[in-house]
Design a protein around this ligand. Structure first.
Ligand code: BTN
Length: 335
């Protein structure tokens, strides 16, 4: 098992920021002077790093005569704790874990790696500067608040073998969230993770190479763990929710283990047995079944009643013309 921590393309600034984030606490005030001495920084550099933590959405209190204190405790990811939370079987399925402080996107990072070394490689980041969502959207990824994970998984056959992976990943993610104790989780086809109807996370599955041959998919999952207001409200244009709102004591490292373990198990089982054993899980988690929806696709809008998923993992939509399987598009619920 290989464990690596690092920071891609951010250099000394990110290092000072990380050291400061680790040094500051939520319970005790630390004077600027003490921090400067401990971290070998000037007082001005401490102030600049405090500002950059705030820009990243981390609330730091400052008071004359007392110094600095975090508004809320910050739990940084720790690869040893993530591994310790995996079962033996899950560890056996894992290749290695890398923990990055800052990266453009964990998916892009994995896509840059050699295809031969991607299978089973899990990359977590504390922050993404260019986090990517589905359909060309960006994924808001502030520092040390959420989970950003990409995992490489190899399939020997073509599209027929891995075509339903986006749904498998959604089920694995939803089950991981249930395992943490949040029961009201659901999936909005194809792979939005909802908690009480608001978006908790999303999945982005990417492939490179020949659609009909062996390939290693890059499977990205983002989960909001303790996303805080302010910046997030400006950056995200749909109702969202964080796990801490339902599970106030949730640990980011536990979420990371639970998610990684669940992905490893579900991908392995899907590679061995296909999607059929997962159909009952989909039916249980389906947020759309029985609802009147609009499907927005490149060919226009289609209205109908959602009624599960078809053979190819497409959305089954009942319209006046009967039930059709729709393979692509964005769903909005009609009230
Ligand atoms: C969506 O649009 O719902 C999918 C969001 C996927 C975000 C994750 S975060 C980890 C990985 N890296 C990325 O750049 N995107 C995915």
């Amino acid at each position: 098992m290989r464990l690596r921590s690092g920071c891609v393309g951010a250099g000394a600034m990110a290092d000072a920021k990380l050291r400061l984030a680790q040094w500051l606490s939520a319970d005790t005030w630390c004077s600027g002077e003490t921090i400067a001495a401990e971290l070998n920084l000037s007082r001005t550099a401490v102030w600049k790093q405090v500002q950059s933590l705030r820009e990243m959405g981390i609330d730091v209190h400052a008071e004359a005569g007392r110094g600095y204190r975090l508004a809320r405790p910050l739990e940084l990811l720790d690869s040893h704790r993530i591994l310790a939370g995996l079962s033996e079987r899950q560890v056996a399925l894992l290749g290695s874990v890398e923990l990055l402080t800052e990266v453009d996107s964990t998916n892009s990072e994995l896509l840059r790696r050699s295809r031969d070394h991607r299978h089973g490689l899990a990359v977590f980041a504390e922050q993404q500067s260019l986090g990517r969502g589905r359909r060309g959207r960006s994924w808001y990824s502030p520092y040390a608040q959420n989970i950003y994970l990409s995992l490489g998984w190899r399939f020997e056959g073509g599209h027929g073998e891995w075509g339903l992976v986006p749904l498998v990943v959604a089920i694995a993610t939803a089950r991981a969230v249930q395992g943490l104790g949040a029961k009201s989780v659901a999936i909005k086809w194809p792979n939005d993770i909802l908690l009480d109807g608001s978006k908790l996370g999303g999945c982005l599955v990417e492939m490179q190479g020949d659609i009909s041959g062996p390939c290693t998919l890059v499977i990205g999952v983002g989960l909001n763990v303790s996303l805080q207001g302010g910046q997030a409200r400006k950056a995200i244009d749909q109702p969202w929710v964080s796990l801490v709102e339902r599970l106030p004591d949730v640990s980011r490292n536990r979420v990371a283990s639970g998610l990684l373990g669940s992905l490893l198990e579900h991908l392995h089982n899907y590679s061995e047995q296909g999607f059929d054993p997962l159909r009952p899980a989909w039916a249980e988690l389906d947020a759309l079944a029985g609802h009147d929806i609009t499907l927005h696709s490149t060919v226009g809008k289609l209205r109908g009643t959602a009624c599960g998923i078809g053979e190819q993992g497409g959305l089954l939509l009942e319209t006046a013309q009967g039930v059709q399987e729709q393979l692509a598009g964005e769903v909005s619920l009609r009230s």
